[in-house]
Design a protein around this ligand. Sequence first.
Ligand code: SF4
Length: 298
Amino acid sequence: MDKQEAKRSLTEIMAKFTGYVGKRLPQDVLDKLAQLREGEDSPLARVVYDSMFENQEAADKLDRPCCQDTGVIEYFVTAGAGFPLLGELREILGEAVRRATKDAPLRHNAVETFVEKNTGDNTGTRVPWIEWDIVPGDCVTIEVYMAGGGCSLPGAAKVLMPSAGYEGVVQFVFDVITSYGVNACPPLLVGVGVSTSVETAAMLSKKAILRPIGTRNPNPQAAEMELLLEKGLNEVGLGPQGLSGKSSVLGVHIENSARHPSTIGVGVSVGCWAHRRGTIRIAPDLSYEILSHKEAVL
Ligand code: SF4
C-alpha cells in the first residue's frame, strides 16, 4: 500500500471508529451500569437505569448516537516511534472527525472562539484536541473521548498549599461534585489528578477517566483513596440522573505525578453515565483491534 492509500485507509478506520464510539458504550461502562441497577431497590432508580439500557438498544437499532451531545472530540494517542503514519496522524484525525460528523452523524459542537461561529464540522483551532505520548514500537493506540458539555462542566483544577494535605484533595473533590455533579447525568465517573500545577493535575484527571472502570491506581495509598472517595460520594446518594439512589458514581480513578514540595495540584474531570470512550490499537499494516468494545464491527 502506498502512503496516500494508507492515509485514506486509516482516515476511514478512524472516521468509522469515532462515529461508533458515539453510538455504543464501552463494555466496562455497560457492566458497571448493570451492576449499579442490581444494587438499587428504589423502583424509580431501577426505572431510570432501565431507560439507559433501552436508550442503548434504540441507538443500536437506529444506528444513532446514544446521547445528542456527542461532545468535542479528543484523541489520546500512544504512538510507537516507528508507526509509519506518525507524521500524518494529526491530519488524518482531523479528517476522520469531519467524516464522522457527516456519516455518523455527530452534532456540530466546535465553536471557533473569538469568532464565535460554529465551524459545522467539529473541527477548529486545536480541535480535535490531541494528546501525544511517544513510546518505543511500531503500533499506535488511540483513545477517542467525546467531551460533552454536561459531563465536562464539573471539571475544575486548583493548586493547594502543601499544608492542605490529602484532606484538602478530598475536600476539593467533594466540593466540585456536590456543587456541579448533577449538571452531568449521574452516575458519574470521577477522575482525580494529584500533581504539581493546575494544567498537570487537570490533564491527569482527564487521563484518569480513560482508564477502564474498576482498575486501581498501582500505588496502594492512591488506590485506597479511590475506594474511600467512591464510598463517600456514593453516600451523597445522587442516584441515576440525580434522582436519588444508592450510588452516585461509576467509580473514582486517581492519576498522579510527583509534585513540587510547595504545591499540591488537584484536578477533577467527570464522565457521565453515557461515557463515550473507545480504544483502538493499530498495527503498521493498518490491521486493528478494538480493545474497549466487545464484538465491535466498523
Ligand atoms: S451529561 Fe452525558 S448523558 Fe447527559 S446530556 Fe451530557 S453527554 Fe449526554
